[in-house]
Design a protein around this ligand. Structure first.
Ligand code: ADP
Ligand code: SF4
Length: 584
């Protein structure tokens, strides 16, 4: 075994087009050995192959590769055999979590192997122990496994039935032709459908075509389809994207109840929701798109705190140089002069009516817009800036830079969408570096993942020259670290430029970290919406959580917000005191 991992991203590598520059610069090759060679016995395209045994880890090929396609990782100590490797010089995963009674969550960055672990456990791919040259038969595979894993693999799919919610729901949209009801009928037990639809509040959309559902609606249907299947083990690969806070909590309560009777294993990036559902976590650390190592099982509170600290106590492993910090208190009010003042707005469409109270926004201030989906959050900001005409109320003539909720992926390249835009190049360069856009700047928007597309869209919106900035759900598909990276970028850019920003998001930890004050939306989704004047943080969170019926406390070590179990002593006490949100 080597202490070196070499990965070549075949989506990026142009092989012959660069004249195999890596082979020419490698000092081991230049000494006459075959460290980087051309793949043998394949039809074109012929990719280079790096020998992890011969490589001395100098990193020259990494630096010289014009496509940023190569990663070389020098490990501090040798890792045991991987459980799975996708191919030669490809991503590999070390260790596997195991489902157990209750809910277990996988916590880690994007591209670290959470989906790979779920695909292995649900038997979509077969463990190969790092040997990509041959397929093991069933008994050969079982013989190589430690006893607990072997027991699991012997039973899964036989006496142990499983149910699975995939990560990318858009693929369900593309693959399924029919209504939401027809999709549910494929998995949900006869006679249970009505009850399940009620639990997930999807009764009204049952007869709609899957192709016409919004992201949030489709997410609920996909989770309901997996939840409603009779099984012993349930796999959920990300459940909160596109859901508003009430929907997240509803799903959270249902999955937590499910975990009282069945085994649930899930991957999720919304810290408050995963904390609420799970009893245990496995952290997965390593280098994204190169390798991932599954940690021991940990109790949920300790595990999340270790993840934020970047240090695994039992394993004595530091996997991140810095801590993901929560301030001792939430982001407070700014004392800067008022940047703009606005009056009341009214607007009536055929099916939707909206009203808002007036308020003031300070320079360098970020206002969090909180509330359910479809209450007019984007409409409010558009009227404020004059991009949408109000029936009553005067707009300000402002230039808005807007990051929409859904991002269209066209045929243009990532680089292409920045061309012709009035961009602040300093902000652009910083976003590119911090959000790690370089590796896919030349790719088409259609070729990049949901998380990559989101990072491109928030970079574009934040680097444009404008008076006010509006971000609609910037955290969807971002992992925990990217959420914090973006939170600190946004805070820095807005306070240094003395501009103002409005941010709609349903991740409470994120909103808590960025917002100075909150505008609270209430009403009935898609029918009637109302926006409050900006509230102080404590008052705003209290009003908002009161509407959602949730109480929250702060973790005593990290100060991160945690949801109280409905009906628990703390929940009842806080509701009694009308203190839905503890800031101390
Ligand atoms: P996560 O779920 O933590 O975001 P994944 O398990 O989806 O991570 O991916 C881990 C790595 O495995 C990524 O670099 C991904 O590109 C790679 N990968 C996934 N599927 C394949 C495949 N079929 N061939 C090669 N690499 C793959
Ligand atoms: Fe060669 Fe390894 Fe150096 Fe790359 S990192 S140039 S493969 S020795």
């Amino acid at each position: 075994m080597s202490t070196r991992i070499a990965v070549i991203d075949r989506d990026l590598c142009t092989h012959s087009e660069c004249g195999y520059l890596c082979m020419r610069v490698c000092p081991v090759n230049r000494m006459g050995q075959e460290c980087i060679i051309k793949e043998k016995g394949t039809q074109a395209p012929i990719f280079p192959i790096i020998s992890e045994q011969l490589c001395i880890g100098c990193g020259l090929c990494v630096k010289k590769c014009p496509m940023f396609a190569i990663s070389i990782i020098n490990l501090a100590k040798e890792l045991e055999q991987p459980i799975y490797q996708y191919g030669i010089n490809a991503f590999r995963l070390y260790g596997l979590p195991l489902p157990k009674e209750g809910a277990v969550s996988l916590v880690g960055k994007n591209g670290i192997g959470k989906t790979t672990a779920i695909r292995l456990l649900s038997r979509q791919i077969k463990p190969n122990f790092g040997d990509v040259s041959k397929q093991l038969n069933e008994s050969g595979m079982l013989a190589k496994m430690p006893i607990e894993l072997r027991r699991y693999f012997e039973r899964i799919g036989k006496e142990l039935k499983m149910s699975m919610k995939p990560q990318y729901i858009n693929r369900v949209r593309d693959a399924f032709d029919g209504t939401a009801k027809e999709l549910l009928q494929k998995t949900v037990e006869k006679g249970q459908l009505k009850d399940i639809a009620k639990k997930f509040a999807i009764e009204e959309i049952l007869d709609r075509d899957i192709k016409h559902l919004s992201g949030g609606e489709l997410q609920k249907v996909a989770v309901a389809a997996a939840y409603g299947k009779e099984a012993d083990i349930y796999y959920f690969d990300e459940v909160t994207n596109y859901l508003d806070i009430e929907e997240r909590l509803r799903v959270g309560v249902l999955l937590r109840e499910l975990a009282e009777k069945k085994s649930v294993l899930m991957a999720e990036h919304d810290l408050t929701i995963l904390d609420y559902i799970s009893s245990y976590v496995h952290l997965i650390y390593g280098t994204e798109n190169v390798y991932g190592v599954v940690s021991q099982i940990k109790n949920v509170r300790a595990g999340i705190n270790e993840y934020l600290a970047g240090f695994l106590k039992e394993e004595n492993v530091r996997f991140r140089e810095y801590e993901i910090g929560f301030k001792g208190h939430s982001e407070g009010e700014v004392k800067a002069p008022v940047a703009l003042e606005y009056g009341k707005f009214r607007k009536k469409f055929k099916d939707f009516q909206f009203g808002s109270d007036g308020g003031k926004i300070r320079k360098g201030e970020i206002l969090g817009l909180v509330g359910k989906n479809a209450l007019g959050k984007s409409l409010f900001v558009k009227m404020l800036a004059g991009a949408e005409k109000a029936d009553e109320g005067e707009s300000l003539e402002l230039k808005v830079s807007y990051k929409p909720q859904y991002i269209e992926a066209g045929e243009t390249t990532v680089n292409g969408i920045f061309e012709g835009e009035a961009i602040n190049s300093l902000v652009f360069e910083e976003c590119k570096r911090k959000l790690k856009l370089m590796p896919f700047m030349d790719k088409k928007l259609t070729e990049i993942s949901g998380g990559e597309l989101q990072r491109v869209a928030i970079t574009l919106a934040l680097s444009r020259e404008a008076d006010i900035y509006l971000f609609d759900e910037p955290t969807a598909f971002l992992d925990i670290e990217q959420r914090f990276e973006f939170a600190s970028l946004l805070r820095k850019v807005i306070s240094e430029s003395e501009k103002s920003a409005f941010v709609v998001d349903h991740d409470i930890v994120f909103i808590d970290a960025i917002a100075n004050r909150l505008v609270v939306f209430d009403g009935k989704s898609s029918v009637k919406g109302h926006a409050s004047a900006p509230y102080g943080k404590r008052e705003g969170m209290n009003a908002f959580l009161n509407m959602a019926g949730i109480t929250m406390r702060r973790d005593k070590d990290t100060k991160r917000p945690r949801i109280n179990k409905p009906g628990s002593a703390l929940d009842r006490e806080q509701k009694g005191n009308n203190e839905y949100y503890y800031t101390d």
